[in-house]
Design a protein around this ligand. Structure first.
Ligand code: HXC
Ligand code: NAP
Length: 265
């Protein structure tokens, strides 16, 4: 693990609720909060997966099951978390669905499935948690993606959903300040995740992709977790309504031109 600048007791006495926290990036965020002293609730649809995730974190974690598309279910899970762990200082909304498909290969229900998990799910998580937050000083984080700003073929559902999330973040920051800070993290391509297994299944695509990124590599789950720690710690006290790109420069442009030394073909 890369050395962290954060103190081991940074989140002692704090509680974090992580929707979609049972695998990948969000589990890494939950694990990091727990390592820094927080009690954490991780939520997904699959109960065995959720239980395994909580056990992998240790005694500080509890597992919860709900579908973020179902407001009543997510609210009930949050109330259970509040009863068992106390009110929330940190809430992360990171549940997402994705698959590669062109618009003409996508039914209305396929588009809706992703928009409902990502965007409606984030509304449900944030709407549902407000009266369970420890105020002032609560920190809400949505996990978004570069597709919110940069259109990508085969990703109409995710592009639309993540763009909606960015505007939801900004709107809630306006409505809920100064007691609640609401921010987004936009990860670049992160290695060893379900998301990248779906978007870049071919290793050759992956190698070619590195050249385009200023940092010449994909990111790690830990690097996204450290950004979440920053945003939800006192170091981020004056940051709200921001979408923090943690993407090695992926979103600023294509770095591969330098390798070829050529202009446009
Ligand atoms: C076209 C597809 C499809 C595909 C599913 N569908 N896969 N259409 N191409 N490859 C269609 C189905 O046929 C159905 O439409 C509709 O989508 C809903 O499918 P269900 O399986 O009924 O939905 P559900 O069980 O709710 O599952 C949702 C899911 C699934 C998104 C389809 O893949 C899922 O649960 N994913 C969660 C894990 C995940 O995706 N992780 C990666 C997230 S990371 P019809 O018309 O037949 O009913 C990520 C990283 C990249 O997002 C960042 C960029 C944004
Ligand atoms: P992942 O491992 O597939 O994690 C998705 C999580 O969401 C799991 O815990 C999953 O658990 C849960 N989930 C999915 N649908 C749900 C639903 N309807 N209700 C409740 N929980 C649900 O994904 P990941 O690749 O780590 O991505 C995590 C986040 O980062 C996503 O928001 C993604 O868009 C974003 N992101 C990822 C990348 C990347 O490189 N991977 C890049 C940019 C942005 P269950 O399956 O049990 O429900």
């Amino acid at each position: 693990m890369t050395q962290s600048p954060f103190r081991d007791d940074l989140f002692e006495g704090k509680t974090a609720f992580i929707a979609g926290g049972t695998s990948g990036i969000n589990l890494g965020i939950a694990r990091r909060y727990a390592e820094l002293g927080a009690k954490v609730a991780v939520l997904g649809r699959n109960p065995e997966k959720a239980q395994a995730a909580a056990e992998s974190i240790g005694d500080a974690a509890i597992a919860l099951t709900a579908d973020v598309r179902d407001y009543a279910a997510i609210r009930a899970a949050m109330e259970e978390a509040r009863d068992r762990l106390g009110g929330f200082d940190i809430v992360v909304s990171g549940a997402a669905g994705n698959f590669l498909a062109p618009v003409l290969g996508m039914s209305a229900n396929a588009f809706k499935a992703v928009v409902d998990i990502d965007l409606l799910g984030t509304f449900n998580v944030f709407r549902g948690c407000h009266d369970l937050l420890n105020l002032p000083g609560a920190s809400l984080i949505a996990i978004t993606a570069g597709q919110a700003e940069q259109a990508m073929a085969m990703q109409a559902h995710a592009c639309a959903a993540k763009a909606g999330i960015n505007q939801l973040v900004r709107t809630l920051a306006l409505e809920w300040g100064p007691d609640v800070r609401v921010n987004g993290i936009s990860p670049g391509p992160i290695g060893d995740t379900e998301g990248m297994a779906r978007l870049a299944p071919d290793p050759k695509t992956r190698d070619a992709h590195y050249a385009r990124i200023a940092m010449k590599r994909w990111g790690t789950v830990f690097e996204i977790a450290e950004a979440a720690v920053y945003l939800s710690s006192a170091a981020g006290n004056y940051v709200t309504g921001a979408i923090l790109d943690v993407d090695g420069g992926s979103s600023i442009g294509d770095a591969s031109r330098l390798d070829t030394g050529k202009g446009l073909a």
